[in-house]
Design a protein around this ligand. Structure first.
Ligand code: NAD
Length: 250
C-alpha cells in the first residue's frame, strides 16, 4: 500500500454504509486515523471493527446541528486536528411532484443541504492547515429526472456550496471539492423503502443510459475520494470529480 494518508486524521459522515464505508476502509489502509459517523449504532460498531486500524465511530445525525460538533471535539481529543473531511451522509427520495409533502421536502433538505452546510461550518475550528474537504454530490445534479426535483436540487445545492466554501476557505489553505458518483451499487434505495422491483427498474434505467452499461462500485468511488483527500489533488479546489461511467458527458 502506498500510505497516501499516513498519519492523517479523516472524518467520514455516513461512513457506516455504501460509498462512505468503502472509503473509510481504503483510507485506513492508506494510513489514516479514521472516524465514521452515521445514524445506526449497530452498523457503526460493526463497520469500525471491519475498518480496523483503531477507527472510531459515533452516532450523529447531520440534520441535528447540535449533534455535529461533539464528534469533532472527540476526534480532536483522540487523534488531533482534522486533515480530511468527507461530507458524504445523504438520502434519496424520489416521488411525483404532486405527492411530495412538506415533511418529505424538509427531511431531504435537512440532510442533503442544511446538513452539508453545518457539517462543514462546525468543522472549521477543528481543521488542520492544508485540510481537504470533499462533499458527495451526484451526477444527477445536472440532469432532469421525473420525480427527482427535491433530490436533484439538493445535490445541485451541494455543488454550489462546494464552490462557495472553496472560495471562502482558499485563503485558509483549505481545499473543498465535490465527488459526483453516477449510479453506484449501494443500499441507498433499500433504505429509502423502495420495493425490489422499483430498485431493479431504476438500476436497469441507469445501466441503459450509462455509456459504460454498468453501475459503478463503491471501491471505484473510494479511489476518487483518496485522490481528492490526498496531496495528489493539491492544485484542485472548487471542483467536481465526476465518476459516472460517462453518464453526464457522453
Ligand atoms: P448508503 O445509504 O449506503 O449510505 C448513506 C449513509 O448516510 C449511511 O451511512 C447513513 O447512515 C448516512 N446518513 C443518512 N442520513 C443521515 C443523517 N441524517 N445523519 C447522519 N448520517 C446519515 O448510500 P450511498 O449510496 O453510499 O450514499 C452516500 C452518498 O452518495 C449520499 O450522499 C448519496 O446521495 C450519494 N450518491 C449515491 C449514489 C448511488 O447511486 N448510490 C449516486 C450519487 C450520489
Amino acid at each position: 500500500m502506498s500510505q497516501k494518508l499516513a498519519g492523517k486524521v479523516a472524518v467520514i459522515t455516513g461512513g457506516n454504509s455504501g460509498i462512505g464505508f468503502a472509503t473509510a476502509k481504503l483510507f485506513a489502509k492508506e494510513g489514516a486515523n479514521v472516524t465514521i459517523t452515521g445514524r445506526n449504532e449497530a452498523t457503526i460498531k460493526s463497520a469500525t471493527a471491519e475498518i480496523g486500524q483503531g477507527a472510531i465511530g459515533f452516532v450523529s445525525d447531520v440534520s441535528d446541528i447540535n449533534s455535529i460538533e461533539p464528534v469533532y471535539k472527540k476526534v480532536e481529543s483522540t487523534f488531533g486536528k482534522i486533515d480530511v473531511l468527507i461530507v458524504n451522509a445523504g438520502i434519496v427520495m424520489i416521488s411525483p411532484l404532486e405527492n411530495f409533502t412538506e415533511e418529505m421536502f424538509d427531511t431531504i433538505s435537512d440532510i442533503n443541504y442544511k446538513g452539508v452546510f453545518f457539517t462543514v461550518q462546525k468543522a472549521l475550528p477543528y481543521l488542520n492547515d492544508g485540510a481537504s474537504i470533499v462533499v458527495t454530490s451526484s451526477t444527477v445534479a445536472n440532469k432532469g429526472i421525473a420525480g427527482g426535483a427535491a433530490y436533484l436540487s439538493s445535490k445541485a445545492a451541494e455543488r454550489a456550496l462546494v464552490r462557495a466554501f472553496a472560495a471562502e476557505l482558499v485563503s485558509k489553505n483549505i481545499r473543498v471539492n465535490a465527488l459526483s458518483p453516477g449510479s453506484i451499487d449501494t443500499p441507498i434505495f433499500e433504505k429509502a423503502g423502495w420495493a425490489t422491483e422499483q430498485i431493479d427498474e431504476i438500476n436497469t434505467f441507469f445501466a441503459t443510459v450509462t455509456p459504460m452499461k454498468r453501475a459503478g462500485t463503491v471501491e471505484e468511488m473510494a479511489k476518487g475520494f483518496l485522490f481528492l483527500a490526498s496531496d495528489d489533488s493539491s492544485y484542485m479546489t472548487g471542483g467536481d470529480l465526476i465518476l459516472d461511467g460517462g453518464f453526464s458527458n457522453l
